[in-house]
Design a protein. Structure first.
Length: 383
């Protein structure tokens, strides 16, 4: 066999079109929904059939590039493979941003037009049984790698389709790693681990992207192997390391606006599943009433997350959610005081680092006054 000749990457539209046609007609891909790995294999076969002999690095690069275009998110797919990127934000076809180490940065990647961006999103959500069109102008999807994708179409987004992707690290952190980075100092970690062991009810609070779900998953790793935990989420993001865990997931309505299953529905179902602990990925509505019911019926050690920047703000928000659920203010305050034990607040440093900033204990109201929170630990400085 003659020595390998170095053939340049195919740049002509005719060559690319032939490769695309071969991949589209590939029998193995036609057998079912194509994964990114399956398309990579098909692209490799198509290039071989075209008689293109490339160096291994060039072949891998070309295969990845074409697979991204055929089954992935096109020009932004490489950003999802970058371990340093935590979020990818597409503000229309010509504007892409990423977050790295807590900092936002604009990227040069772009789509040819809005139609190409929409086609890329439909490629990845189609195998999941989801749709995105004028009748269903927004979608939430969990990608095969665990990332969470949200997309919104015009006219809801006048400037063009908006796509936001939240990535999750390959390996969750441990307590030692968080202590060494300063995210959760040893004193704060000891308080949190003791709270789980004592079956205290926890609410992890913070703004978007501060690490609430990551910390909640780490806390669940402290649950004993003799406890049954029911985890309820809109999309499975929580990495629960406890031995006996049961997962429930909400379901959006179909095209006819029927068949929806909400967090509130699933909390009610969880009460019938003999849980020791019920964990709700995030409370943001009337499902709080069912969570309080679970706590009042002896399900100690329940946990959830909430969008709030400080303990006192979290208490005000919880009161508001209880009112939305139909509880009178006095009853809401009484139930929250009995049900909740600790509020764990996460924040960001000026340079973008994430970590626990406050651990506070919920105190019962005096007379008809509001709930208060007493600090058990507070971050004095970052570093």
């Amino acid at each position: 066999m003659s020595a390998m000749r170095q053939t340049p990457l195919p740049e002509g539209e005719a060559q690319l079109a032939r490769v695309r046609r071969r991949v589209a007609d590939d029998a193995e891909l036609a057998a079912g929904p194509a994964s990114l790995a399956a398309v990579r294999s098909a692209v490799a076969r198509a290039l071989r059939d075209e008689g293109l002999v490339l160096a291994p690095d060039a072949l891998a690069e070309l295969t990845r590039e074409l697979a991204d275009a055929l089954a992935g998110l096109g020009p932004i797919q490489p950003l999802l493979r970058d371990p340093a990127v935590t979020d990818v934000m597409v503000n229309g076809p010509h504007e892409v941003w990423v977050e790295r180490a807590g900092r936002l940065a604009r990227r040069p990647e772009r789509f040819p037009d809005a139609a190409a961006l929409l086609e890329a999103v439909r490629r990845v959500i189609g195998p999941l049984g989801l749709r995105l069109d004028r009748a269903q102008p927004f979608v939430d999807a969990r990608l095969p790698d665990g990332s969470r994708l949200h997309a919104l179409l015009p006219p809801l987004a006048p400037a063009g389709p908006l796509v936001t992707i939240r990535k999750f690290g390959a390996a969750p952190p441990d307590w030692d790693g968080l202590a060494s980075s300063g995210s959760v100092p040893a004193e704060a970690a000891a308080l949190l681990r003791a709270a789980v062991a004592e079956r205290r009810a926890l609410v992890v609070c913070g703004r978007t992207g501060t690490g609430k779900t990551t910390l909640l998953g780490l806390l669940l790793g402290e649950v004993g192997d003799d406890e049954r935990v029911v985890v309820i989420e809109d999309a499975a993001e929580l990495r629960a390391a406890c031995p006996h865990v049961v997962r429930l997931e909400t379901r959006p309505p179909n095209a006819e606006r029927a068949g929806e299953v909400t967090l509130r529905d699933l909390v009610r179902q969880a009460l019938r599943m003999r849980p020791e602990r019920i964990v709700v990925g995030e409370v943001r509505g009337v499902e709080l009433a069912e969570v309080l019911t679970a706590l009042a019926t002896g399900h100690e050690g329940c946990m959830t997350t909430l969008h709030a920047r400080a303990a006192d703000e979290a208490l005000v928000r919880l009161e508001s959610l209880a009112l939305l659920a139909g509880l009178p203010l006095a009853a809401a305050r009484s139930q929250l005081a009995v049900a909740l034990d600790l509020l764990v607040v996460l924040g960001r440093s000026p340079d973008g680092r994430r970590g626990v900033t406050q651990i506070a204990e919920v105190e019962a109201p005096t007379g008809s006054g509001p709930l208060t929170a007493r600090d058990l630990w507070r971050r004095e400085r970052w570093g």
